[in-house]
Design a protein around this ligand. Structure first.
Ligand SMILES: Nc1ncnc2c1ncn2[C@@H]1O[C@H](COP(=O)(O)OP(=O)(O)OP(=O)(O)O)[C@@H](O)[C@H]1O
Ligand SMILES: [Mg+2]
Length: 499
């Protein structure tokens, strides 16, 4: 069939897409259409099939059934190269950067194949220009492996933006970014939109979706469950469509009884990164720690956790000074850190989810293989249930889980350590609204048990919604403390974060 009659065909039309993996039906008869200059938000719970759908668009997966048409003509996206040639640019949820190469080398990697020879100097200059356009400052000559997660994400974005795309797909590009960086990203998206580029945007942050999207498409359990222009849908309707139930209160903070000081940090320092930081966390307290990317929040908690060496300062637990020289010692002393970089510090992708869950707990489970497996299994089953981790079975390899479900496995792994002080670095990043709610309730329970909790978060509604007290950091120092959280505003935090 030749479609020449339609004067303004859709930019992209996907219809009847199906895809299954062993034991998982990931997509069932999914259709989606995109017009020029449209921003379509693709929404759904963790494991709903969003990434799988866009991987068929990027030529990374071949659908088992269904058609894809661009400008009304069917296309065969048999490989990533075919997809790029069709004008599709995809920013994947997992980064594909080569750690040993610099930012600019990563951006132009594999580009020679297009037949152009661009001198290295010119490439570097072009990369600099890209980052300038993005309004960010990236050390572009450093190996990407040395960049922070946020910086790596920005490199991924620059990499795709430097291609000539007509359809741009972004799978959770904002998960690692702060509100300021997201603003810059949105300026670029609006610019691309004006050029007639169609954009598919995936995010678990609902505020963003209502700000940037023209239309919303929702998947649940691999199926299309609904869609509409974004101004015709309320936040509540969207949540209900995604999780299949209504959530009354997105931040179910329960006031716990605040007890004695448990963790005391005095004059902790490490070079420029952390300068003379002192604070306490009490039993039953959730201390929110916020600030811009690079403010030193992660560096600070790594010092507390014994992951880096400090220049000076003291950490005490329940009045006893600790001498922690490694994370292992910190865990033994009762301090846990859920890192922000789940991929490299949290999970062994080639192992099963059960094994990943058991890894830090070798001493807890019996030494005899089979018995240990059985114990691990039943412990893990509880978390699979309470955090609704979506897996066909516990032996599934971690690499086959959706991004949000990987995150939940890491969370489960640390939660059952029975720690006294829990440090969560961006605990709900990439997690769907339903599961966020579960994580918040879990934090409530831990606080009610008298644990001390530090929650690093860049999502201000979350910081305001779940903290008993808030510390704001800027350039390695604590620049503000908010004790009356109930009457605090995002504006107030932002001012402290840049002062
Ligand atoms: N290569 C694979 N092998 C086996 N199962 C897979 C594979 N890729 C995805 N899946 C499964 O397909 C389903 C859909 O996963 P997908 O990654 O598309 O979810 P998602 O909507 O992107 O979720 P998230 O919000 O957590 O990123 C999940 O159950 C996932 O475990
Ligand atoms: Mg995904």
């Amino acid at each position: 069939m030749v479609t020449t009659a339609d004067p303004d065909p859709l930019l992209l039309e996907m219809s009847g897409i199906e895809k299954s993996f062993p034991g998982v039906l990931a997509l069932r008869d999914v259709s989606l259409s995109l017009r020029r200059g449209e921003v379509l938000a693709l929404m759904g719970e963790n494991g709903a099939g969003k990434s799988t759908l866009i991987k068929t668009l990027g030529g990374a997966h071949q659908p088992d059934a269904g058609q894809i048409a661009i400008d009304g003509s069917p296309v065969e996206l048999s490989s990533p190269t075919a997809s790029i040639e069709a004008g599709i640019g995809v920013i994947y949820q997992e980064f594909n950067l080569i750690p040993a190469l610099s930012a600019w080398e990563n951006i132009f990697l594999g580009r020679e194949r297009t037949g152009f020879f661009v001198a290295r100097g010119a490439e570097r200059a072009k990369a600099l220009e890209m980052f300038e356009r993005l309004g960010v400052n990236i050390p572009i000559d450093l190996p990407c492996g040395d960049l922070s997660i946020a910086q790596q994400q920005l490199v991924e974005i620059a990499k795709v933006l430097s291609q000539d795309v007509r359809i741009l797909v972004m799978d959770e590009p904002s998960a690692a970014l702060t509100p300021q960086e997201v603003d810059k990203l949105f300026t670029i998206i609006r610019d691309l939109k004006d050029q007639g580029i169609g954009i598919i945007y995936i995010s678990h942050r609902l505020d963003e979706v209502f700000e940037i999207a023209d239309s919303i498409t929702v998947l649940r359990d691999g199926q299309y469950v609904g869609g509409s222009p974004s101004d015709a849908m309320t936040r509540r309707q969207l949540i209900e469509m995604m999780v299949g139930r209504s959530i009354e209160n997105e931040f179910p903070k329960q006031p716990a009884e605040i007890g004695n000081v448990r963790l005391a940090v005095t004059e902790l320092s490490r070079g420029q990164l952390v300068q003379d930081v002192s604070f306490d966390v009490h039993a039953g307290e959730v201390l929110g720690l916020t600030g811009l990317v690079g403010a030193g929040r992660t560096e600070l908690v790594r010092l507390i956790f014994g992951a880096d060496e400090r220049d000076g300062g003291q950490v005490s637990l329940d009045g006893k000074p600790l001498k922690l020289r490694s994370p292992r010692e910190a865990i033994r002393a009762g301090i846990c850190l859920l890192t922000e970089d789940r991929k490299s510090q949290g999970l062994v992708l080639g192992r099963s989810v059960r094994e990943n869950f058991g890894l830090p707990n070798l001493s807890r489970f019996s030494r005899f293989g089979l018995l240990r497996q059985r114990q691990e299994r039943s412990f893990f089953a509880r978390y699979v249930d309470s955090l609704s981790i979506r897996i066909p079975h516990q032996e599934q390899l971690a690499q086959h889980l959706s991004g949000g479900n990987q995150q939940k496995v890491v969370l489960a792994k640390w939660l059952q350590q029975n720690a006294e002080v829990l440090i969560f670095d961006e605990p709900t990043r990439g997690v769907d609204v339903g599961a966020k709610h579960e994580i918040y309730q879990l934090m409530n329970r831990l606080a009610a048990d008298g644990k001390a909790i530090i929650m690093i978060s860049s999502e201000l509604p979350e910081v305001l919604g779940m903290s008993d007290r808030i510390l704001v950091m800027h350039e390695g120092r604590v620049t503000g403390e908010i004790t009356d959280v109930a009457s605090a505003t995002q504006q107030q935090i932002m001012e402290l974060a840049i002062s």
